[in-house]
Design a protein around this ligand. Structure first.
Ligand code: NOJ
Length: 734
């Protein structure tokens, strides 16, 4: 539709028709069986609003969306199509690894391809907008939503954010892909103690320098929408926070797309204690420039009265409605309201191309954390292998947030192993359940199906243990597929103990008595504390939730068909009490190992190391790569950093070379390290390569004491290495 026509449409709408555009409801209001993600509440809104509602939450499937759209349009006076929005986080039908695994690929170009597939599958299900990417920077592994993020670093996250948006919205103007809604703006990853929905409070300097860049990157890449986060910032919940939404997002970043609240976040302004009723909550949110109220009664019931009482201006509503209509128009919905829902494209979902991409991504996301005596890779059919553990033959490898994924389309680890190992040399026994207590799973844990699956009585437990032990006697190698329950991470999955579940740890102890070679495959939605396991196991592979092709990817890595290349994008704590532990922390006045003070009076814990168990950027491969000849050339506008890398093994590998800097002395304290560049290169066996990183003065800028964003001359150190710990370093002056 031409802009002029769209303007005419807007001016022909009555107040209630306009308000409807700003309300988002879930499927049960349209008498479908919507997938409800979040607490359901009855909103008590009028039928009239319902007939004018602008968007629908979490209904997908071409048939269902088609039906709802058709019925809605038939009754609608102005024929303004509904927008269908949903949570397609890391796959619609073809499920890729969870975002923390995507972060571990250190391969944003590959993730661009993945999000193209994700966007196209989502579109063909009738969705128009996905609530992705989630780009919240995370430093605290207790927070369950680490799962949804690419990690702890602003530069790496920003690189992923832009590629994810570009992938989802690829060729959007020609009705491909799906609009992206970046979330959760802002700084949601910094909730205190990693406790879900909790307070965020930090300096403006940290906010701007560390937490905002990934959102900014998504917006610069053209994300059509932004979702507000549940947390406060500086005492004001984000959904009412004018500083974040108006000053930064609208004014500084010039974002003129649609801002949507998170689920019921407008009415939660009352629970936060900044509004005393729905009317106040509504005016706070609309004044902060929130366009759509997701699943709360506020906008639907209060906006009209607020205008009539002169408490808000109708022009504010017009601006918000304009942004919603503009998005519908950009998506071509006026011309074709059904979009992807107009075809039954079953052969498109989960097709061969999509699956082979999911396999490639899963392989690259797996991180080899330990490989004592090079017991990996395994040689097919050389040894007797036993695989045990609750994830050994479990399709939950797609994780919880894969709402539309199908477990029956998922390759389990056992299935993957059968590609390499003959049946008479491969044994399987689950051995133990994921949990043996369901209280951590809240109200879900008391559901009969959970109880039955998870809580084994003594007899059942012993029978499985005995079987595992007797098979273990015969085996040469025991592979343990262990991990968190899918509901122990993700939204509302905060934990204070971030280790493997206790019953699994006990199971491991029993089998370790057999003194066989042991490999841990760790399935989790967060960095777990693996301090005990590092001592117990010969090899450890971190799998995350690896998706539809997970089992094949793991088998390829175990048997060396794939040389592992994943690198952690979030530190793995040595102990949960270190949290938050992250690589780019500030320098302190009493650094451990570098202070004149006695060892007691330095910045450390007396009962745990300061460093994480596995640092940011860490990951092994089956090759040995040597770094040498680090040098820096400072030119007028450029800093050239050279390093030489040599694959000293007889296996080809992919090496991720990481370039960090430290600003040694500045007007404010600077981090000990800051990732500035990285390169993932193919390094053939026994080959050497010179690698060059080129930085500019722009890369040295930070928020100075007076909050100007600039660099300061002086001494810097460049660090290059395979991770943030094992680096070569050289200093230079600017
Ligand atoms: C709440 C979650 O915080 C958000 O990430 C999600 O997109 C919405 N619910 C909608 O399901």
């Amino acid at each position: 539709m031409e802009e002029q026509q769209l303007k005419q449409l807007l001016s022909s709408l009555s107040l209630i028709e306009k308000v409807g555009q700003l309300v988002q409801l879930s499927g049960e209001f349209f008498k479908t069986d919507s997938l409800v993600v979040g607490p359901l509440q009855k909103l008590g809104i009028s039928e009239e609003i319902l007939g004018n509602v602008g968007s629908v939450l979490n209904v997908a499937g071409s048939k269902k969306t088609h039906e709802i759209q058709k019925e809605y349009l038939e009754k609608s006076k102005h024929k303004i199509p509904l927008l269908f929005m949903g949570d397609v986080i890391y796959g619609y039908r073809t499920i890729f690894p969870i975002p923390l695994g995507l972060g571990a690929t250190w391969n944003p170009d590959l993730i661009f391809e993945a999000y193209k597939v994700i966007g196209e599958e989502a579109r063909l299900s009738g969705l128009n907008v996905t609530f992705a990417p989630m780009v919240d920077l995370v430093r605290d592994a207790r927070w369950g939503r680490c799962l949804e993020s690419t990690g702890e670093d602003q530069y790496l996250n920003s690189e992923f954010a832009k590629k994810m948006v570009a992938g989802l919205q690829y060729n959007l103007e020609n009705q491909h892909g799906i609009a992206s809604c970046v979330k959760h703006f802002a700084a949601y990853g910094a909730v205190e103690a990693g406790r879900e929905y909790n307070t965020v409070d930090m300096s403006e300097r940290r906010l701007r320098e560390t937490y905002l860049p990934a959102y900014h990157s998504a917006i610069t890449a053209g994300s059509k929408m932004v979702m507000t986060s549940f947390n406060t910032y500086d005492g004001v919940p984000v959904t009412a926070n004018k500083y974040l939404l108006k000053q930064i997002l609208r004014n500084e970043w010039r974002f003129d797309g649609v801002i949507i609240s998170d689920y019921a976040a407008v009415s939660e302004l009352i629970d936060h204690g900044v509004a005393s009723n729905d009317a106040e909550a509504t005016s706070l949110a609309i004044n902060a420039s929130v366009d759509i109220d997701m699943k709360s009664p506020c906008y639907a019931n209060e906006l009209i009265q607020l205008i009539e009482q002169g408490k808000i201006r109708e022009s504010q509503i017009n601006e918000a409605v304009w942004r919603v209509l503009k998005l519908k128009n950009e998506l071509g919905l006026f011309e074709n309201p059904y979009q992807g829902a107009s075809c039954e494209a079953t052969n498109i979902f989960n097709n061969e191309n999509a699956r082979s991409l999911a396999l490639k991504v899963a392989r690259e996301s797996i991180v080899l954390l330990q490989n004592k005596n090079q017991i990996l890779p395994l040689v097919p059919n050389k040894q007797k292998i036993l695989i045990v553990g609750p994830y050994a033959d479990n399709p939950s490898l797609i994780g919880l947030w894969a709402v539309y994924g199908k477990k029956e389309e998922t390759v389990t680890i056992l299935k993957g192993l059968t590609k390499y190992q003959k049946p008479d040399l491969l044994f399987y026994e689950s051995g133990c359940s994921i949990l043996n207590k369901t209280d951590e799973l809240g109200e879900f844990g008391s559901a009969a199906n959970f109880q039955e699956k998870l809580v084994w009585d003594n007899q059942k437990r012993n029978a499985h243990l005995e079987k595992a032990l007797s098979l273990g006697e015969i085996a040469d190698v025991i592979i343990f597929a262990l991990g968190e329950h899918t509901m122990q991470s993700g939204e509302a999955g905060s934990r204070t103990e971030i280790s493997l579940p206790k019953n699994q740890k006990q199971f491991v102890k029993k089998l370790m008595a057999l003194k066989k070679q042991t490999i841990l495959l760790c399935v989790s939605g967060r960095p777990l504390v693996l301090t005990d396991e590092v001592k117990q196991f010969d090899a450890i592979l971190q799998l995350w939730f690896p998706g539809t092709e997970g089992g094949n990817a793991v088998a390829d890595v175990l048997f060396g068909q794939t040389n592992p290349s994943g690198r952690l994008s979030m530190s793995f704590p040595y102990h949960v009490g270190q949290s938050p532990v992250y690589y780019n922390h500030f320098k302190t006045g009493r650094p451990l190992g570098k202070s004149n003070h006695s060892n007691r009076f330095v910045s450390k814990f007396i009962d745990s190391p300061v460093s994480p168990l596995f640092p940011f950027g860490y990951g092994l491969s089956y090759s040995q790569v040597k770094y040498s000849k680090l040098s820096v050339d400072v030119l007028e506008q450029q800093i050239l950093i050279h390093v030489s890398v040599e694959n000293q093994s007889s296996r080809d590998c992919y090496e991720t070379i990481q370039c960090y800097i430290q600003d040694v002395s500045a007007s404010v304290v600077r981090p000990v390290l800051e990732l500035k560049r990285f390169k993932k290169i193919f390094l053939p066996a026994n080959k050497k390569e010179d690698v060059l990183f080129s930085l500019t003065l722009e890369d040295l800028k930070f928020y100075r004491q007076d909050m100007t964003f600039d660099f300061e001359s002086g001494q810097f150190i460049a660090f290059i290495g395979p991770n943030s710990r094992d680096t070569l370093e050289v200093s230079f002056e600017i």
